[in-house]
Ligand binder design. Structure first.
Ligand SMILES: Nc1ncnc2c1ncn2[C@@H]1O[C@H](COP(=O)(O)OP(=O)(O)OP(=O)(O)O)[C@@H](O)[C@H]1O
Length: 322
């Protein structure tokens, strides 16, 4: 899809804010949206205390917004990562929370109803490859949705079908500068190695890979939606906390699905594949009244209490330790 077609097809609820990092993609999105809906678009910039260069990024964004006649709102975040969380995940979590805060407004302006993010077709293909490299299940292979509701806001990725090179070409034809984030070249990050080494090879071997990977991601998203529905139905049948007898009547694959669903939705816990396998083995072996079950799952433990399976975290993280 071409950049102009993607913008023409974008129909967000207004007012809109573009999540503006200063990078090429969000710069192009901001310029195009501000031109399409004059006076109804603002820019939100999240200042990550993580990089020494962050002050410079903020100044750059302020200069460009002044030139474009767009209001810029900035929020500073201190995105320290929790134990077991990657710095990038922590930064992303803090970024979404801070975009939602900015969107709630200061009471003097209309609240923003939608947020536009700059991810494109190359980002989507990288996300699929990243998920594969980690052995992810359907939730990960589903990659990024085009539209998602979060914190009462609609988050849109209108450029998800546009190749990165087309966005650069569109932007280069205009006289607006952008920032090249130096961390994007850091080969310690798997995503950067995927971008630098795999995408050029894929371009040569399968020139259509952006389109086909995106299609696979949509299939995965649809299938994942079905697994979530099945998990909800099965959890309603076996109850919360799960009754072990009722759980054992399901097939092993459905047991795995409903346990994953229960742990995530009720406890915010994601078990590893090995932990879940072990739990399923234990549930299968749980045929006598006295069978003890107590194993580590995610940040806590699953254990048998009478007829039921429980999960508990002996020391839940406090806000201060996050
Ligand atoms: N500091 C930030 N402030 C506001 N929005 C951001 C920030 N960082 C990223 N975003 C939003 O999230 C999207 C994806 O982030 P990512 O880190 O992949 O992009 P980037 O390389 O920093 O910037 P761009 O995508 O604009 O080239 C960006 O396109 C932008 O919409």
């Amino acid at each position: 899809m071409k950049f102009d077609e993607a913008i023409a097809a974008f129909e967000p609820a207004l007012p809109l804010a573009v999540a503006y990092s200063g990078g090429a993609d969000s710069t192009a999105l901001l310029i195009a949206c501000a031109a399409r809906w004059p006076g109804q678009v603002e820019a939100f910039h999240v200042h990550h205390g993580l990089q020494a260069a962050a002050d410079g990024f903020e100044r750059h964004c302020a200069d460009v917004c002044e030139r474009l006649g767009v209001t810029l709102k900035v929020q500073r975040v201190d995105a320290r990562h929790a134990p077991g969380e990657s710095p990038e995940d922590a930064a992303r979590r803090a970024r979404y929370a801070s975009l939602a805060t900015l969107a709630r407004g200061d009471g003097t302006r209309a609240e923003v109803r939608s947020i536009g993010l700059g991810q494109h077709a190359d980002d989507q293909a990288e996300t699929v490859l990243l998920a594969l490299s980690r052995g992810a299940g359907l939730a990960g292979l589903a990659a990024m949705p085009e539209v998602a509701q979060r914190d009462g806001l609609m988050f849109h990725r209108p450029l998800l079908g546009v190749p990165a090179a087309d966005i650069r070409a569109w932007l280069t034809a205009r006289d607006v500068p952008w920032i090249e984030d130096p961390s994007n070249a850091d080969a310690r990050f798997t995503r950067n190695r995927i971008r630098a080494e795999l995408l050029p090879a894929l371009d040569r071997a399968f020139p259509q890979f952006r389109l086909t990977f995106a299609r696979s991601a949509r299939h995965a998203a649809q299938a994942h939606g079905l697994l979530v529905e099945l998990g909800q139905q099965d959890l309603a049948t076996i109850g919360t906390p799960p009754a072990i007898d009722a759980l054992r009547r399901l097939s092993r694959a459905r047991q795995a699905n409903v346990l994953r669903h229960w742990l995530l939705r009720t406890h915010g816990c994601t078990p590893s594949t090995a932990q879940l396998d072990e739990l399923l083995d234990q549930v299968e072996a749980c045929t006598t009244r006295g069978h003890r079950l107590h194993i580590k799952i995610g940040t806590g433990f699953a254990e048998r209490r009478g007829a039921f399976l429980h999960w508990y975290n002996p020391s839940p993280p406090t806000e201060a330790s996050r």
